[in-house]
Design a protein around this ligand. Structure first.
Ligand code: FEO
Length: 393
């Protein structure tokens, strides 16, 4: 599909309604899109990003439909292949075109896509590039989730092209965000999975772009924002240091002991006025879990033991939580073993990036006794006290 999003500026990207997994890791319940944009200036023509290699034909067909027979620049915001993967094909079609990017992105594109040196035009932070009646200003935004990312501000039209930043894995035939409720979850899921580990950097980028007049935000995934404050406010909330009165409880229970403890513990928390988000790891969509970690004050991991350590599903999730670096303030553990385990030590080893206070957990042998349920009540009370001290309850 092609849309003229403003005079001389065209959406030429591709929708991918059917994709269900990204990076062979991240579930995509609503598909995704790879947004690319063509800007026709009075003197020069620029393409903003390309698309995933699986959608090469869509991009090339869109350029043909627009009768583009000359292209001066390909702006490469980010070297990851879902945006850069078709650059080599576009360079073959348009032999005069230069890839405009920063030195770090150039280095990555040379490694990932074998683009030759002479095809690059390297720019610096805040450099501008004139297309005649349109001016592109480049804003470096390292660590959106890779080290090289750039945003582009189109001055005359006040459009900010943000690549992954402020985007979502959400395939929609509507160009702009219309159903904000439905969109919100996709955007939060995307932030949680991709950007949460770089929360501090993201906050800086929000600060940087607050200096620009922005009419339209055009990310490289998902619909565009013609009401920018909606997504900017959401990001301000997610990246803030504020946590919510919530306990996220990822757990796995082999023979019912852990499940009995998690159920009892969850009921206790609810009765104390604390929101709970339990996730049975054998059936959990990791995107849902990541989303829950964006806000929660507390994380309590529940696990059975396998051999002498935690269940492998728990190890996987602990590794993932560590990678996502949520702003969680408190962490604890509920576990059951049959004949011996070093569950606590191994979980603690796996989450050094989670800068949270470790609360004494409840680690038992076998099925929980009356005493164990009392310990769970005490843990719930302790969490309530901690949340109260934070002023969130
Ligand atoms: Fe959408 Fe980091 O690529």
């Amino acid at each position: 599909m092609i849309f003229e999003i403003a005079p001389g500026i065209f959406y030429v990207g591709a929708l991918d309604f059917e994709r269900r997994l990204f990076d062979e890791l991240i579930p995509l319940p609503y598909g995704t899109s790879y947004n690319a944009f063509l800007i026709k200036g009075s003197e020069k023509i620029a393409l903003i990003d390309t698309v995933d290699p699986s959608k090469e034909n869509v991009l090339i067909d869109n350029l043909k439909k627009l009768k583009i027979n000359r292209l001066d620049y390909i702006i490469a915001h980010h070297a990851e292949q879902d945006h850069s993967g078709v650059i080599p094909v576009v360079l073959k079609h348009f032999t005069e075109a230069k890839v405009v990017t920063n030195a770090k992105c150039k280095e990555l594109l040379q490694k990932l896509l074998l683009i030759p040196e002479e095809r690059f035009l390297v720019i610096q932070d805040k450099d501008t590039l004139s297309l005649g009646n349109k001016t592109l200003e480049f804003i470096f935004a390292p660590w959106v989730h890779w080290p090289e990312t750039i945003l582009t501000y189109l001055r005359e039209d006040q459009i900010l092209f943000t690549c992954d930043f402020l985007g979502s894995h959400f395939a929609s035939s509507e160009l702009f965000v219309t159903d904000e409720c439905r969109y919100y979850d996709s955007a939060k899921r995307y932030y949680a999975e991709i950007m949460m580990p770089f929360r501090t950097n993201i906050r800086q980028h929000l600060e940087t772009i607050s200096n620009y007049q922005i009419k339209l935000i055009a990310p490289s995934h998902g619909p565009l924002h013609n009401k920018p404050e909606f997504i900017l406010n959401a990001y301000r909330d997610w990246t803030s240091d504020q946590v919510k009165n919530e306990v996220v409880i990822p757990y796995v229970s082999m023979h019912g002991s852990v499940k009995a403890m998690i159920d009892y513990f969850s009921d206790q928390l609810i009765s104390l006025g604390i929101n709970v988000k339990p996730f049975n790891l054998t059936v959990t969509d990791i995107g849902e879990l990541a989303m829950a970690l964006v806000d929660a004050a507390t994380l309590v991991i529940g696990t059975s033991a396998v051999l002498t350590g935690p269940h492998p599903q728990t190890i996987y999730i602990a590794y993932l939580v560590n990678a996502l670096r949520p702003k969680t303030k408190f962490v604890s553990l509920i576990a059951s073993y049959a004949w011996g385990a070093k569950v606590k030590e191994k979980i603690v080893e796996l989450i050094p990036n989670v800068k949270a206070e470790l609360l004494d957990g409840v680690i038992i042998q076998g099925y929980p006794t009356k005493d164990d349920f009392t310990k769970l009540e005490n843990l719930a009370e302790k969490i309530k006290e901690k949340h109260k001290n934070l002023g969130i309850i």
